[in-house]
Design a protein around this ligand. Structure first.
Ligand code: 8YV
Length: 332
């Protein structure tokens, strides 16, 4: 009898689908907090499949705690930096993620951060709520223009490309760097490739990060690169917190090296309530909500469940992160 462990309370559509599989045993950590590591290691014992979140580190210890029957770990996220993929692959365990279904929703939020920081919406809202709106202010809340500005993308994957489309809709000039050049998009939409990250950073009015977190991208936006940005430029991060060095960002925002930052992700995450970045007016931080629309979270939940169902029924999952294991097992 297949056993599945779900590590958190998530939109019901996926768990319900798993519960409908006849004879399957579904266990779920359903508190609204991260499952403690020791509890997780205990509860996954004997599981054939695990539906996990970015808060669970899927490493050798985890896989061994589950046992040799473990076949698939399905992450409820497109990012899978919480997976130690070689450990999964070495043991013949398939890992899956949730790409595509969250692309546009995530780009919408990244663009919302861009709009909110450039036009100072959080400061303006606070001003009204604090009762300071007594007259029209000719010098009040003068922000940066979005239209016709230069949008610089670090990464032109699915979400980067969706951000580019939004920028183009606002008549922005879109420039980008990615190790994998997208000449098709350049021809189709007029986006411009730059040969280095630094060229993008120097030229942009908005720098938006759309890379996965890897050892190469950790603190990619450090003091040196932040200093290359225009004084009027804004940094947007909806990818992973550790891509931006928080101490360097604090200094850059405090000293006017850059104009503002909009962050959906932080290092550490969650950001502690006494963190120095929270003292800055020109730093907008929201709690990792980029994929948080009802529709998209439902789709993510269903896709993660479908990945598990496919593998446990002997078919290839829809969105594996280690295809070689799927091939080794001959799953179609
Ligand atoms: C998830 C995300 O909601 O998909 C990702 O990579 O960052 C978000 O969409 C988050 O990772 C929760 O697991």
């Amino acid at each position: 009898m297949p056993k599945v462990f779900i590590t958190r309370n998530i939109p019901a559509i996926g768990p319900d689908k798993l519960r409908k599989q006849s004879g399957w045993e579904i266990d779920q950590w359903s508190k609204d907090e991260v499952i403690p590591r020791d509890e997780l290691l205990r509860r996954v014992k004997g599981a054939d499949a695990v539906l996990s979140l970015l808060t669970e580190r899927i490493d050798a210890e985890f896989i061994e705690a589950a046992g040799p029957q473990l076949k698939v770990v399905a992450n409820l996220a497109v990012g899978f930096d919480n997976f130690v993929v070689p450990e999964l692959t070495k043991r013949g365990v398939i890992g899956t993620n949730t790409p595509d279904v969250l692309t546009d929703t995530t780009a919408d939020l990244a663009f919302a951060l861009l709009m909110a920081t450039s036009r100072m919406l959080p400061q303006a809202e606070k001003y009204v709520k604090d009762g300071h709106w007594h007259t029209w202010e000719p010098l009040g809340f003068m922000g940066q223009d979005v239209h016709h500005a230069t949008l610089g993308l670090l990464g032109m994957g699915r979400i980067g490309a969706a951000m580019a489309r939004r920028g183009a809709g606002f008549e922005m000039k879109v420039i980008y760097y990615d190790a994998y050049r997208r000449q098709d998009l350049e021809q189709q939409y007029g986006y411009e490739y730059r040969n280095s990250i630094e060229e993008v950073i120097r030229e942009s009015d908005f720098v938006s990060v759309h890379t996965p977190l890897t050892e190469e991208t950790r603190h990619l936006m450090n003091a040196e690169r932040l200093a290359m940005m225009k004084k009027t430029a804004i940094l947007i991060n909806s990818a992973r917190g550790p891509i931006v060095d928080p101490d360097a960002l604090y200094d850059a925002l405090k000293n006017g090296t850059i104009w503002a930052a909009g962050l959906d992700v932080t290092e550490p995450e969650p950001v502690p309530s006494d963190h120095k970045l929270l003292t800055l007016e020109n730093c907008l931080i929201v709690p990792h909500i980029a994929s948080a629309s009802i529709n998209t979270r439902n789709n993510m939940s269903e896709l993660a469940a479908d990945n598990i169902i496919n593998v446990l029924e002997g078919r290839a999952p829809k969105t594996p992160v280690n295809k070689e294991v799927v091939e080794q097992k001959g799953l179609k």
